[in-house]
Design a binder for this molecule. Sequence first.
Ligand SMILES: [Zn+2]
Length: 595
Amino acid sequence: MKHLSSFIFAAIIFLSLSAQEISWTTPFEASMGLQTATYAEVIEYSKRIAETSPQVTYEVIGISAGGYEIPILIINKTGLSAPADVRASGDVVMLIEGGIHPGEAEGIDAILMLMRDIVITKEYESLLNNVTFIFLPVFNVDGLNRFGPYNRINQNGPEEMGWRANSQNLNLNRDFLKADTPEMHAWLKMFSTWLPDFFIDCHTTDGADYQYVLTYAMEVFGTMDPMLTRWQKREFLPYVQGKMDISNHLMFPYVSFRRWHDPQSGLRSGPAPPRLSQGYTAIQNRPGLLIETHMLKPHKDRTEATYALLVYSAEFLNRNPEKLKLILKVADETTANAAFRDRPYPIRWTRDDSDSVMVEFKGVEYDIIESDLTGGKWFQYHPEKPVTFELPWFNRSVPSVLVDLPEAYIIPQQWYEVIYRLALHGVEINYLLEDTDIWVEQYRFSDPKWGRGPYEGRFTMNNIEYEAFRDTVSFLKGSAIVDMNQRTAMVIANILEPKAPDSYVYWGFFSAIFEQKEYSETYVMEELAREMIEADPELQAEFEKKKEEDPDFSKSQWGMLNWFYAKTPYWDEKKNLYPVGKILERQDVDGLYFE
Ligand SMILES: [Zn+2]
């Protein structure tokens, strides 16, 4: 009896295995939407699609920090897979990314189904008419391998899922500009090789409860080229919004609330900094669509809505591919053009809280309760009681920091971590052939301050103030010259202008310049300070004034003597000096790197 039952059991396993082998049912579908695919399942399914269809090319773009392959699938109607060939064919290139936060699993499951429905069932084969797809089913493969039921405390399924960060505990969706992870290095190489015309990143949001199953964000706040902004706002979004309405997937712009958790306090939207995916593609002149499904809706509904929006987006790109490609071409040329550098460039934006529009927002009723456990406010939502609120939506942003763009930046070669990353971003770099004196603008920082704890593994600089001055500076052979007459000019400015929200000064790439490396001995400085006062009586008055204004200073012998030290010729002139120079005159750049 025992033998018979184990035989039957083995037969059942065998049958179900072989059924799965020939089936194109995804793990999501097989579980009726309760489960998501594991890394092994994503890889197996993706490879099988590529082996079955001549239209699909499976490529590994890199290896994660934890040692796992990150594949993309290139899908083209005639099986083209080289970027130059695809460009020449006239297709729009659409990059669709899942699993940057693998716990937010809809993108992974929707991508597997959509790839199949394009090339295997051919239900959506027509999407290949004018579009070549690059599917990145899961970007954060390490995160997906940390698979378990307890990774997303607020979220309604799937039963098990991946983890938000990679195996270094870094969030890839803060890493687009600083590029610390091997995953991002791989992504940036792929992105600058392909330069996709349109990008979609699939997520799940946290926050208050409301009726919408899906929210989205695009950079339509004036930070992008005006024609590109108009195309997103007036053409792309109305099309997909209409399609989502008809197919009954409730969709609304991605908003936060003026008071966290409290929709009736008013809605807010604004531009994304380039540490985030859609903020990053924006400074590359490429539209990015951020999908944020709502975590309290079932995984099945979220995935179906994501799938629908991917299909409608691809449908729209198929309708008029030439128009988008032309707008992108003009935007790239505009960014590289001298006129772009004539105007002050808004490197930082802020929301304009004085201006809002009234909108209808499909929320749910909720109570705000005084918690007897914590004393805080506790929001109890009632999804069974839908209600439409008339709410103010603050969706206007204005520039808060403007900078003058140079003709080129020059970076001494010892800052190779920065230079290397610029190259990863697709920036063209030339190198100084001999030591040269160049007229540049430089910045000297004052009052630097840093965050108290690590953020994304770095100590960020939170007070960035400087004085700009101009001087002739000797730059050594091998210094990197980053000419601004290229399409990546906004990427360059966002990396090198210290006040940009994700500048490399902010992220700490230059933190060593703020360290004092030589110190005076007390017995030397006590004597020297007296000699200095004797030689310059006004110094005594300045010293007394400083003591009066700054009580901490007046209590610190070291601080006071260091103050005198800073006024001697022994003081390090390079301390607090930004080593990056801004070359202001075109003729100075043109002579620099021609052999
Ligand atoms: Zn996310």
